[in-house]
Design a binder for this molecule. Structure first.
Ligand SMILES: [Zn+2]
Length: 287
């Protein structure tokens, strides 16, 4: 059931669990995530970066595929189709294309410009029943070629943006995208706690959820994180399972080269990663 992320995140915040955002890249990714969420009776958010949107030939293609797949698989759990780290133009295009949720990442603008652009997009998104995530303090690491350093957001700036009526807020707390380096300092719970105190009921978003130690993720959820983004981990699981299949020469046995067989171990591996994350985030049976 395609819905905005507003209600599922309010419920998650009140229930002290988090909803997973799993980024999609193609049909296999989407199908694996939807089937796993349904099996566990969990709400789920499908994340689409601008790069992945372009790869899938455009936002209209993505929206049409997700809408049809949700219907034809008979998915009854709440599913939000969400733009991840959207630009101002990208956010508008996704609202137009039929996404049910968007993120406007204005963290690279100064706070006044971030505020002005976020405010405008909040009005536009809400007029169409679409939920919106904003960001304060850039998340470190690399995402679609943009490299950030992993800073900690200013809690007062978080409150300024939260007060604009956004439905969820991403704030840097030392988290980074991609794989975490061995010398990573860990999450700043002090910053997270200060942000939560200032923003109250606002569901907070933890980006870069791949590779953060489980105990840190659990603690972050107790401190107000209601959405955790997972991208890299599904990519690594898919690549690992696919490599094993090919290294074992299975593509050369019988009709093992059939794409439906060749991609099956990777698709199954994505389901396993999604299952582990839903268990960790506590969203099973919360649909
Ligand atoms: Zn992110």
């Amino acid at each position: 059931m395609l819905v905005s992320a507003t209600e599922m995140l309010k419920k998650a915040k009140a229930g002290h669990y988090a909803v997973g955002q799993f980024n999609i890249n193609n049909l296999e990714w989407t199908k694996s995530i939807l089937l796993q969420a349904q099996e566990m009776n969990s709400p789920v958010i499908l994340g689409v970066s601008e790069g992945a949107g372009k790869y899938m030939t455009g936002y209209k293609t993505v929206a049409a595929m997700v809408k049809a797949m949700d219907e034809e698989l008979g998915i009854t759990v709440p599913v939000a189709l969400h733009l991840d780290h959207g630009s101002y133009e990208g956010a508008k295009a996704c609202i137009e294309a039929g996404f049910t949720s968007i993120m406007f990442d204005g963290s690279h603008y100064d706070i006044e410009e971030n505020k002005a652009k976020t405010e405008e997009l909040v009005k536009l998104a809400h007029s169409k029943g679409v939920s919106i995530e904003a960001e304060v303090g850039s998340i470190g690491g690399e995402e679609d070629g943009v490299v950030g350093a992993g800073e900690c957001a200013d809690p007062d700036e978080c409150k300024t943006i939260a007060d604009l009526g956004v439905d969820m807020l991403a704030a840097g707390i030392g988290n980074i995208h991609g794989q975490y380096p061995a010398n990573w300092a860990g999450l700043s719970f002090e910053t997270l706690d200060a942000i939560q105190q200032k923003t109250g009921e606002m569901p907070l978003v933890l980006h870069g959820g791949s590779g953060i130690p489980e105990e840190m993720v659990k603690k972050a959820i107790t401190l107000g994180v209601s959405k955790v983004n997972v991208n890299t981990e599904c990519q690594l699981s898919f690549a690992d399972a696919t490599r094993k299949y090919i290294e074992a020469g299975k593509d050369l046995q019988g009709k093992g080269f059939d794409p439906r067989k060749l991609l099956a171990p990777g698709a199954e591996a994505i389901r396993e990663t999604v299952k582990e994350k839903i268990e960790l985030f506590g969203s099973a049976n919360q649909a």
